[in-house]
Every structure is written in structure tokens, then in C-alpha cells.
Design a protein around this ligand. Structure first.
Ligand SMILES: C[S@@+](CC[C@H](N)C(=O)[O-])C[C@H]1O[C@@H](n2cnc3c(N)ncnc32)[C@H](O)[C@@H]1O
Length: 390
């Protein structure tokens, strides 16, 4: 993260402007850490000012990080100029470009895209953990009328598949790096034809990290159309037995088991297991139900203002834990008597969200973005409201 360091810092009055950068207000925690709300064009983020034993560290705040990084570098440069700082360290000079893919060609989409802009005009097939992408690319080529969504958390694999989409001229793949264990909640019910989970990490020592779980199966059954399938392919007898057991608590589906069935395309993993003469198992689940639309009775916003000074008095660093969600009230920052910021992490244990809650101008808002409409976030949001309003 770009940062600058200085021995002496006397903060000027905010708001202040330097070229296109606006430094709007500053919020301070009791530990002496400060957040400076900064905007550049339509982007906003915090600069963090930390007083250390013998100097000050000023850097881009990780949680509100934006790209390209040059925006943060320039914001730090503006901060330094406005304060006439004598820097003892700086890494804000642009570095030579590294090898990373510069353009995701509109293929890599964030989770919000799937809640707002994703088009449901074609049948959808989803591949979870596509790795090298051989199966995903093959299926996309064979089925140009299908919209594919590839889920993967490993950045180099994502970049490799984006490059392949360009080389092979494929325009029916979108990719998300959102954790597959909670992704299905972002997708409309009864809209997906197939979900592939090929050779997921077996996590024999940490089974809670497995993609397949009761909640994943339940959420996948909801997004599948009637006769839509969830196909698990694995070389791990343990995983196969675990998946089969997990299915027993569901009704209204049909299950088919196959052993050593060849597919038209094999992945790197499959090639390896075949060379080792391992058995390959398929568990194919066919959904037989039309799912009801998800109706949320609660919204992820705040309809009542609060007295920030009261919140400040009762604030402690604490965690509320539910069965599948949590809220961690991490820190509080004061802007003035009536406004401030709370730092939080919340949501599903598998996919927590890190947010600030800004109390300002009689509004309470999550920052840098609203919460995603997934069930665990609704539960966490409810707990936050109870904390604020009770
Ligand atoms: C063993 S590899 C198999 C890759 C590919 N399916 C194949 O057959 O070659 C498992 C892949 O799942 C990805 N993965 C693991 N957990 C995931 C999650 N929660 N969400 C999305 N992808 C995940 C990993 O990054 C890895 O690339």
C-alpha cells in the first residue's frame, strides 16, 4: 500500500482541496488513529494517519482501497503538499507496471454486478473453482447459447482464463472471485441449468472449508431450474461419502452416482489422478422443485437516525456470534460530537464483509459500499440496528 512517513505533522483545517483531490473531513479514534475522507472524481476512500512513537505514517486505508493505485499515490502527494511535509520515507512514485493483466475485458465482475446488472436472458451454467479453466472453456465453446459464470478465488487462474476467452473469442463467460460458498444467494431462483463442482479441494483436515455443505446444496437447489443439475466430480472417496451423506437431509431431488465415467474434456487434476489410477466419482443431483422467490422483509439500510454521542459512550470492541453469521464492532472514530464512524466486520463466517458505518448529516450509511443482499448479512444488519437503537 502506498505510504509516506514524516516526523512532524500539524493537520490543516478540512475540507481542503489539492488539484482534483478533495479532503473532506477527519475522524479520530481514541487510540489516536485518524481517517481522512478523500474524494477524487466519483471515487471516495480514506487515507489513514497513524501516530507512531517517533513519527507519523500516512497511507491508503486497506478497507476502502480503490484502483488504480495511482489515485492513492496522488492523494498522498496532495496531502504532503498541503501540509508542507518533510518526508522521511515515501513509496508514492509510480512503479514500473508488473505483469498483471491490465484489462479484464469486462469478464471479471464484482458481486454487486450479479445483484443489479446481470441479465437473465439466457440459460445459465455455473462452474465452481474452475482452476485452469479447461472444462469451463470447453463447455463455453460447445454451448454458445449458454451464459457461463465461472467462480474462482485464485487470481492467476482467473487471469489465465480471461486471456483464453480473448484468444478463443469466447463472449459467453463471466467470472466472479466471490466465494462460491455464498455466491448462489446472489442469483435468481429457478434460473440455472447446471452447476459444476469439479475436483474441489477435499479439505480433509478442515471440513468446514469445503464448498459442498448443507447450506450450499440448499442454495444451489433454489437457483437450479426444475431438472437442473449439480454435478460434483471428485477423486476423494472421503469427499464423495461426505457429499452423499450431506444429501440425505434433502427431499425433492434425484441423485445419480457414477464411477470412472469419462468426460469429453479432462482437467489437469483429473489427468494426474488418472495417471495414478485413482477412481473418479460423480454425484449428480437433479432438482425437481420450483423454488419460491426469496422475499426479504428487512432492508439493509437504516431508517432512523441516532444520537452519535450516545453510541460513542456505549461502544466497546465486541463480537456478536450467531449460528452462521457474526458482527464484530471493531473501533469507533469521532468526526465531531454528532457524527462519526464505526469500523465493522460482519456477515457469513465463510465470506465476511469489512465495512465502515458513517454517521453524518443525519444519515447512517455503510462505506465503501452497501451490504450484499445475502441472508447472513441481513441477520448481522439486524444485530447492528439493535445495538444502535436499543
Ligand atoms: C483442486 S482445484 C480444481 C480445479 C478445476 N476444477 C480442475 O478440475 O482442475 C480447486 C479449485 O477450487 C478453487 N476454490 C477453492 N475454494 C473455492 C471457493 N470457496 N470459491 C471459489 N473457488 C474455490 C481453488 O482456487 C482451486 O482453483
Amino acid at each position: 500500500m502506498p505510504n509516506i512517513q514524516t516526523k512532524k505533522l500539524e493537520l490543516i483545517e478540512f475540507p481542503a482541496t489539492y488539484h482534483d483531490y478533495q479532503y473532506k473531513y477527519i475522524a479520530s479514534s481514541s487510540r489516536g488513529e485518524k481517517l481522512l475522507f478523500t474524494t477524487y472524481q466519483d471515487k471516495s476512500f480514506f487515507l489513514q494517519i497513524i501516530q507512531r512513537d517517533s513519527d507519523f505514517l500516512i497511507k491508503g486505508d486497506k478497507l476502502t482501497r480503490i484502483s488504480p493505485v495511482t489515485i492513492i499515490q496522488n492523494a498522498l502527494e496532495g496531502f504532503s503538499k498541503l501540509h508542507n511535509l518533510e518526508l522521511t520515507f515515501s513509496n508514492i512514485q509510480s512503479k514500473p507496471e508488473n505483469n498483471r493483466l491490465k484489462d479484464d475485458l469486462g469478464i471479471l465482475k464484482n458481486a454487486f454486478y450479479f445483484t443489479k446488472d446481470f441479465k437473465y436472458d439466457k440459460e445459465i451454467w455455473i462452474e465452481v473453482g474452475f482452476g485452469s479453466g479447461r472444462h469451463l472453456l470447453h463447455q463455453a465453446k460447445e454451448n454458445p447459447h449458454i451464459q457461463f459464470i465461472g467462480l474462482e478465488i485464485h487470481r492467476p487462474s482467473i487471469e489465465q482464463v480471461i486471456k483464453q476467452c480473448k484468444l478463443q473469442n469466447l463472449n459467453n463467460i463471466l467470472i466472479s472471485d466471490f466465494d462460491a460458498r455464498v455466491f448462489m444467494q446472489l442469483i435468481h431462483v429457478n434460473s440455472v441449468g447446471k452447476v459444476f463442482v469439479h475436483f474441489p479441494v477435499p479439505w480433509d483436515k478442515k471440513p468446514h472449508r469445503r464448498v459442498i455443505s448443507k447450506s450450499f446444496i440448499s442454495e444451489t437447489l433454489q437457483v437450479l431450474k426444475p431438472n437442473g443439475t449439480l454435478e460434483l466430480r471428485t477423486d476423494s472417496e472421503n469427499y464423495f461419502a461426505y457429499a452423499y451423506d450431506t444429501l440425505q437431509s434433502f427431499e425433492k431431488f434425484d441423485v445419480q452416482i457414477r464411477k470412472n465415467h469419462d468426460l469429453k474434456v479432462t482437467s489437469k487434476y483429473e489427468d494426474r489422478w488418472k495417471r495414478q489410477e485413482k477412481n473418479i466419482y460423480d454425484v449428480i443431483l437433479t432438482n425437481q422443485e420450483v423454488s419460491k422467490d426469496k422475499v426479504f422483509t428487512n432492508f439493509l439500510t437504516f431508517d432512523q437516525d441516532v444520537d452519535f454521542s450516545k453510541i460513542k459512550n456505549k461502544f466497546t470492541n465486541h463480537i456478536i456470534r450467531g449460528d452462521d453469521y457474526f458482527v464484530h464492532f471493531e473501533d469507533i472514530y469521532e468526526i465531531d460530537n454528532n457524527s462519526g464512524i464505526i469500523k465493522l466486520s460482519l456477515g457469513a463466517y465463510e465470506k465476511c464483509e469489512h465495512k465502515y458505518l458513517i454517521f453524518k448529516d443525519n444519515k447512517i450509511q455503510y462505506f465503501p459500499s452497501v451490504l450484499l443482499p445475502i441472508e447472513q448479512n441481513f441477520k448481522s444488519h439486524q444485530k447492528i440496528k439493535e445495538f444502535l437503537y436499543v
